[in-house]
Design a protein around this ligand. Structure first.
Ligand code: NAD
Length: 501
């Protein structure tokens, strides 16, 4: 039996640490296991659902302003505990601390937005839709809702989901990534401290068994998912099959177009952060640059090579590090395999990060930044999501050629264009088949009061994540039509369909 500390579940406000299945949680900078996370079985997930179901009637009827105040309290607690939370993220994910701070801040902004729920839940009212008849629409909670989240934003992505769900009056079961579960669980504990009643938010750690229980249990009314496309597609079809409302956000392969008139030094700086920030493990990362014209490609490559030579790869806890390790050994092997594949496919490897060594961290999952030229559609490194620090340059002759490539790609999460030409930028933003578009902004991640979502195989479902769409996703519209006849007035029977004619 392992002596590592256990990461358990949070059910009905209580820590639950019983269960027979578990797996190691590694520190990717050292390759050492630091904890073991429990993998919930069906019965444990059912216990969480039962707790959520029991907490629902009282929470649903709690005035929205009181629910919102819990979000206000949570924001303060998250700010107070930011260092502790970000250390947990870096220890299990590997990203540099400043990046962990950025993700937590974006998560806090979602908590802040959820505290406006009373305003956002206000319905629509019409007086005198007929003689002495008033009508209104209101947005009612769904009941027990669930979220399944990926490893790459263990604080932020869960905060995209459950704060708005519970602020709208739902109860929630969160199933975080088993690869870096500690910060997610800690934030849920802080939610209890902030005043969330036990059972309103439950966290079950686990794998497919836990997810499948959430997808099939009839008490769960809606499921939000963020992760890779094959699993997103599975979650969407299984969840829909079982009568649930589902939004499933999947993978990405985001292209950045650089036009001949772009401010190249600015574009290069932006691309560096977008390609190599968080070791490329972001769904909005830029793994492909589409350079319009050979002169543009040559200038961008020269700039990238110069900047890449200055990068420091190391532990996320080292303030000098620009980039930490990849999340797990299998993922490291997979990303390295893509670099091998790119070479075999005939792309030109200009910067090779495969041999990087970090002193004192010989067992860490470090891969240095990699740069390919002459990447072409059809190559695996063009088509597939690598999710690592591998940037490819594709050479095209015109903006239209660049846009045709982007439109033909299976993913449509994010994209951006670097240009000084307003007309080109407007044509691009108007026509490109991608859900989130930047103009001289490499990571156009919407702020908390807009919604986040890709197109094509980057999102299954209709409503995007967080922002105004979240209020619609986590509520059901009900429309009430009401007449109070004056005393003594008798209405005659009407057999024709009521109308305002
Ligand atoms: P993943 O799909 O492997 O896992 C996501 C979640 O699904 C985890 O909680 C995991 O436990 C669960 N899961 C994994 N396999 C499952 C299975 N067979 N059945 C049921 N559940 C299963 O994704 P990941 O590796 O944790 O995260 C990286 C992926 O997430 C990338 O593809 C990235 O693009 C994507 N992502 C997308 C967005 C977005 O907003 N579109 C945001 C962040 C990450």
């Amino acid at each position: 039996m392992s002596s590592l500390p256990i990461v358990g579940h949070l059910i009905g406000g209580q820590s639950v640490t019983t269960g027979s299945r578990s797996q190691d949680v590694f520190n990717p900078a050292t390759g050492q296991a630091g904890k073991r996370v429990l993998l919930a079985d069906k019965a444990t997930v059912e216990q969480a659902i039962a707790n959520a179901q029991a907490a629902y009637p009282a929470w649903r009827n709690t005035p929205p302003l009181k629910r919102a105040r819990v979000m206000g309290n949570l924001k303060v607690l998250l700010e107070k505990h930011a260092d502790e939370i970000c250390h947990m993220i870096t220890a299990e994910h590997g990203k540099v601390l400043s990046d962990a701070m950025g993700e937590l801040q974006r998560g806090i902004e979602n908590v802040e937005y959820a505290s406006y729920a009373p305003e956002l839940l206000k319905g629509e009212h019409s007086k005198n839709v007929g003689p002495a008849i008033d009508s209104w629409s209101e947005f009612q909670a769904l009941g027990v809702t669930a979220g399944i989240t990926p490893f790459n934003f263990p604080a932020m992505v869960p905060l995209w989901m459950w704060p708005m769900a519970v602020a709208c009056g739902n109860c929630f079961i969160l199933k975080p990534s088993e690869r870096d579960p500690t910060s997610t669980l800690r934030i849920a504990e802080l939610a209890l401290e902030a005043g969330l009643p036990p059972g309103v938010l439950n966290v079950v750690n686990g794998d497919k068994e836990a997810v499948d229980t959430l997808l099939t249990d009839p008490r769960v009314k809606a499921v939000s998912f963020v992760g890779s496309t094959p699993i997103a597609e599975y979650i969407y079809s299984e969840g829909c099959k079982h009568g649930k409302r589902v939004q499933a956000l999947g993978g990405a392969k985001n292209h950045a177009v650089v036009m001949p008139d772009a401010d190249v030094p600015n574009a290069v700086n932006a691309l560096m952060g977008a390609a190599f920030g968080s070791c490329g493990e972001r769904c909005m990362a830029i793994p492909l640059v589409v350079a319009v014209g050979d002169a543009t490609a040559d200038a961008v490559i020269a700039g990238l090579k110069a900047e890449m030579a200055k990068m420091t790869v190391g532990s996320g806890f080292d303030a000098k590090s620009d980039m930490g390790p990849l999340v797990t050994k299998p993922h490291f092997e997979k990303v390295k395999g893509y670099v091998d594949q790119g070479v075999a496919e005939g792309a030109t490897l200009l910067v090779d990060g495969r041999g990087v060594k970090v002193a004192g961290h010989e067992h860490g999952y470090f891969l240095g930044p990699c740069l390919f030229d002459n990447v072409k559609p059809g190559m695996k490194i063009y088509q597939e999501e690598i999710f690592g620090p591998v940037l490819g340059v594709v050479r095209v002759k015109t903006l239209q050629e660049a846009m045709d490539l982007i439109d033909a790609h299976e993913y449509g999460n994010g994209t951006c264009i670097f240009t000084r030409d307003g007309e080109a930028a407007r044509y691009f933003t108007d026509n490109i088949l991608v859900g989130m578009v930047g103009v001289n902004v490499p990571l156009p991640v919407p702020v908390a009061y807009h919604s986040f979502g890709g197109w094509k195989r980057s999102l299954f479902g209709d409503l995007h994540a967080y922002g105004p769409d979240a209020v619609r996703f986590y509520t059901k519209r009900k429309t009430i039509t009401q007449r109070w006849p004056s005393a003594g007035v008798r209405e005659g029977t009407v057999f024709s369909f009521p109308s305002s004619k």
